[in-house]
Design a protein around this ligand. Structure first.
Ligand SMILES: Nc1ncnc2c1ncn2[C@@H]1O[C@H](COP(=O)(O)OP(=O)(O)OP(=O)(O)O)[C@@H](O)[C@H]1O
Ligand SMILES: [Mg+2]
Length: 226
């Protein structure tokens, strides 16, 4: 479970920007949550706080009963690599590595590079439909294919939670559908908890629940009728 209590984030620039103004909610295991709201409402900021990529100005976040704000930097890195997966709008693959090598990078970071992780990376690339592209470099892949490599990379260490920030923003409709189908299947079959930022109401509808932000506050939290 993810438990967020009164999280605030004020960016300290020339002018302090309150990006999150006291956000509280919980997410149950295996839930698929869509995070929506207009540009600048704080969606990416919230995802960064939940994903241990940034530290809130105040408030509390616990993930699977771990107070993540109390962890040291080394513990945070281990926690991220072991329990969390990330997919971003710009796929952020390493240009000098093949698809297969990119998928293996988080396993390598955990010291888990062995035959088992290699087999798993191949399986994951097959699940996302890229069994014939494993040895391709990112610049030899389409946007949709790169995003699918990024999904496989996010899953290599068997995370419990997947964070996705507008994962379909750079994709055409067909590629977006493939990505969303993969998410729905992982959620259903692997019980993966997913928090996905999206601007598309049509895609938000595929989630169990939609949380809408405005000016760094939750203004709506609706469960899908199913
Ligand atoms: N590093 C930063 N320094 C200062 N202000 C920032 C920083 N990152 C974001 N902000 C501000 O925080 C607010 C929330 O930004 P955030 O990126 O979370 O919005 P968003 O909902 O993800 O928007 P979008 O849909 O455009 O991606 C914005 O007003 C933005 O200008
Ligand atoms: Mg954003």
């Amino acid at each position: 479970m993810i438990d967020v209590k009164n999280v605030k984030k004020i960016y300290q620039g020339k002018v302090p920007t309150p990006a999150l103004q006291g956000v509280s909610f919980t997410v149950a295991d295996s839930e698929f949550v869509a995070l929506t709201g207009r540009s600048g409402s704080g969606k990416s900021t919230l995802l960064h706080q939940l994903g241990l990529l940034d530290t809130p100005t105040s408030g509390a976040i616990s993930i699977h009963k771990t107070d993540i704000l109390a962890l040291s930097d080394t513990q945070k890195t281990y926690f991220r690599l072991s329990f969390l997966g990330y997919v971003f709008q710009e796929y952020a693959l390493m240009a000098e590595f093949t698809a297969l090598e990119n998928v293996l990078l988080p396993a390598m970071a955990l010291g888990d590079l062995d035959d088992k992780s290699r087999t798993r990376a191949q399986e994951l690339l097959s699940i996302v439909g890229l069994e014939d592209r494993m040895e391709y470099y990112p610049n030899e892949l389409s946007g949709g294919q790169q995003q699918r490599v990024a999904i496989a990379r996010a899953l290599i260490n068997r995370p419990k939670i997947l964070f996705a920030d507008e994962p379909t923003a750079n994709l055409d409709t067909a590629s977006s559908k493939i990505v969303l189908d993969i998410f729905m299947r992982l959620n259903r079959e692997e019980k993966l908890t997913i928090i996905m930022v999206t601007h598309e109401p049509e895609y938000a509808k595929l989630a169990h629940r939609t949380i809408e932000l405005l000016d760094g506050m939750i203004i709506k939290d609706t469960k899908a009728k199913k």
